[in-house]
Ligand binder design. Structure first.
Ligand SMILES: Cc1cc2nc3c(=O)[nH]c(=O)nc-3n(C[C@H](O)[C@H](O)[C@H](O)COP(=O)(O)O)c2cc1C
Length: 206
């Protein structure tokens, strides 16, 4: 599959997991792709915690369900009605969670390129996630990014040491299909915008 094809096919997957586990060889190829991401000062500030214990998956799924409920309850009624049928995670169905974490101290006190823009560390971890996501797509494996959690809860759940921050919980597993249209668009929550609206010439207003 070409890079462009993988980019086009990639979806945030919630409901299409088959229930089978991704095999270890495939998982390691995906992690290898993630680990080859560019990073500020070559700091490679990421770690990947692979979670398969059913009790841990259930525990996290319950926590996320609570956060989903809090979000729904804060919506105006017509947005709550649109949100209600939208699935926002496949934590137990995927059978594998990957917690991607970020270590700001990785790379020592002088990270080349991070001095003026501290967020470049987090950007690097996110690039690792995107590499993993595209590699998974090429493998026919689905990935769903879950961010409905308290960072402290997730850090405690998977034993992140002090100073190591969770960036994402990724639900990872084989899928029976990739949807062609993002769920948020299919369910009328929010559609994407056309490319020309995002491209500017010379200045932001151009
Ligand atoms: C930082 C980040 C956090 C996200 N958090 C969630 C989430 O908690 N639950 C969810 O269902 N999707 C989540 N998504 C997926 C987005 O909803 C999805 O990428 C977007 O709707 C576009 O759909 P597509 O990825 O299928 O193209 C997240 C994506 C990103 C990049």
């Amino acid at each position: 599959m070409s890079v462009y094809e993988a980019i086009q096919r990639r979806r945030d997957v919630r409901a299409e997991f088959t229930g089978e586990l991704v095999d270890d060889a495939t998982l390691w190829r995906m992690l290898g792709a993630a680990h080859r991401a560019p990073s500020v000062g070559n700091s490679q500030p990421w770690d990947f915690v692979v979670v398969r214990n059913p009790a841990t998956l259930r525990n996290f799924a319950e926590h996320v369900a609570g956060k989903r409920g809090e979000f729904r309850d804060a919506l105006p009624p017509e947005r709550a009605a649109t949100f209600e049928p939208i699935k926002i995670e496949g934590i137990t169905e995927s059978g594998t969670g990957i917690v991607v974490s970020y270590d700001h101290d990785r790379g020592g006190p002088q990270v080349l390129g991070r001095t003026t823009v501290p967020e470049t560390g987090i950007y690097s971890a996110v690039l690792a996630i995107q590499n993993l996501w595209l590699a998974a797509t090429a493998e026919g494996v689905g990935v769903g990014w879950v961010s409905f959690y308290d960072p402290e809860f997730l850090a405690e759940l998977v034993g992140l040491p002090d100073g190591i921050h969770p960036v994402a919980w990724l639900c990872v597993g084989p899928v029976h299909e990739f949807q062609q249209v993002p769920d948020l668009e299919r369910f009328g929550w929010r559609a994407g915008r056309p490319l020309p609206d995002a491209v500017h010439q010379e200045t932001y207003r151009g």
